[in-house]
Design a protein around this ligand. Structure first.
Ligand SMILES: Cc1cc2nc3c(=O)[nH]c(=O)nc-3n(C[C@H](O)[C@H](O)[C@H](O)COP(=O)(O)OP(=O)(O)OC[C@H]3O[C@@H](n4cnc5c(N)ncnc54)[C@H](O)[C@@H]3O)c2cc1C
Length: 382
């Protein structure tokens, strides 16, 4: 592919090796027990994977977004959970602080996040604010040198392990104003709620977070006083970039499904032939490969656009939408061509299908991606 340089192949090799040697062996058990892999996160920190796209002076690896996307893809080829953990940490928990924070906020948080000293989280979704994220009810009230926060965020990825959480809150009702803030783990009044039990990505951490008169310093308003009321805009821009990484996760899962399906259909014999010799099977494989390659082009192109600082809103939405749906089709096909083995946990592909489903929901459902894409063409007709 025209975008790929030696550094991209190097990161692919590094993450591939790590995923095969260190991640795959315990993945079935972690999925079963819903176990968050603290030890693997520590190894990812050693490999410098937790801050790939951030400059070295901020504790990152100083590589581009394409390198980061390749790392997410390669992790997802083996573990959707770990890919989601990384994507949420980098794209959601760290990027908005780097992009929209004051220099002081950047210096305080980004080096610790990008170096992997701590994980980051992003709190946008609430019980009454899902796709319609502007429906935020969490409120921030200024009191002297502090903001006092009340409300709750749900489905916060990494929420139970994060050192900092960037979140939105209403700072004014008339006219309505939503701002972004950072809260440190352990701040009194920030109460860790239940850990969600999930269909897929079961060894990633998904939490409810309660704010109960949680007092945070005034300087934790993202971007400083001049950016009061800009939180929603910051979060939407963050999702434009974040969608590339969820798309990369979908791409990796779909590639993982091919990785499992191809050797199986060459090996498994029925009617005296490998099942891959039957057109009903081989054409499925051909369709999987074709769609995965198309998704890869879209995802890498979006990462390239981000690296060039070009507008990417509907490109990243299209890439995520397409890759997520490809991942669902590819994982269904993998189960089908493996027959009963595909239905059994030890062959991994049923886990891939469960993990892939998240990609059609997180960071905006497929319906919301279609809304973003169609509005680009049609404008707002409602
Ligand atoms: C594993 C996991 C991790 C997550 N991590 C995070 C996180 O770290 N931080 C965070 O803030 N959130 C997180 N989320 C939340 C996620 O972003 C939301 O679930 C998602 O945006 C959808 O919101 P909802 O679930 O409330 O669905 P709803 O908005 O209630 O939607 C329900 C259905 O209605 C459809 N719908 C809604 N509005 C429209 C419309 N205008 N047109 C057409 N259809 C529509 C939706 O597509 C969906 O099918 C996570 C979710 C999951 C499952």
């Amino acid at each position: 592919m025209i975008y790929l340089k030696e550094e991209h192949e190097l990161i692919r090799q590094t993450v591939r090796e790590f995923a095969l040697k260190e991640v795959e062996p315990g993945e079935l058990e972690r999925d079963e027990k819903e176990e968050f892999p603290v030890d693997l996160i520590a190894k990812m920190r050693e490999l410098g994977l937790l801050g790939i796209p951030f400059p070295e002076e901020y504790g990152g690896a100083g590589l581009d977004n394409l390198s980061y996307v390749i790392a997410v893809e390669e992790l997802a080829r083996i573990s959707g959970s770990l890919a989601l953990t990384l994507a949420a940490h980098v794209s959601l928990g760290t990027s908005p602080i780097y992009e929209f924070g004051t220099e002081e906020q950047r210096r305080k948080y980004v080096p610790r996040l990008a170096s992997g000293e701590m994980l980051g989280s992003f709190g946008l979704t609430e019980p009454n604010a899902g796709s319609d994220a502007q429906g935020t009810q969490t409120a921030a009230v200024r009191d002297g040198d502090s903001w006092v926060i009340n409300g709750q965020k749900i489905y916060v990825t990494n929420g139970g392990y994060a050192g900092s959480i960037i979140f939105t809150a209403v700072t004014q009702h008339e006219p309505r104003q939503i701002s972004a803030f950072i809260v440190d783990a352990g701040t009194p009044g920030l109460v860790l709620g239940k850990k969600e039990v999930k269909l897929g990505c079961r060894s990633s951490d998904t939490r409810v977070l309660h704010f109960e008169d949680c007092r945070i310093p005034a300087e934790n308003l993202v971007g400083g006083p001049s950016e009061l009321g800009k939180g929603f805009k910051f979060f939407m821009k963050t999702l434009d970039g974040g969608r590339i990484s969820i798309g990369a996760m979908a791409l990796g899962i779909a590639q993982g499904a091919i990785d499992k399906a191809v050797p199986f259909v060459k090996e498994r014999k029925q009617f005296g032939k490998p099942v891959g010799a039957f057109q009903g099977v081989s054409h499925r494989i051909a369709d999987m490969e074709t769609e995965v390659q198309a998704a890869r082009h879209m995802i890498y192109h979006s990462a390239w656009l981000k690296d060039q600082h070009r507008p990417l809103e509907h490109h990243s939405a299209m890439a995520k939408l397409f890759a997520s749906e490809v991942a669902m089709r590819a994982t269904f096909s993998a189960i089908q061509v493996l027959g009963a083995c595909g239905y059994m946990k030890e062959y991994h592909v049923e886990r891939y299908m469960r993990d892939a489903k998240l990609c059609e929901i997180g960071e905006g459902t497929s319906e919301i991606q279609r809304l973003v894409i169609s509005r680009q063409l049609l404008g707002r007709l409602d």
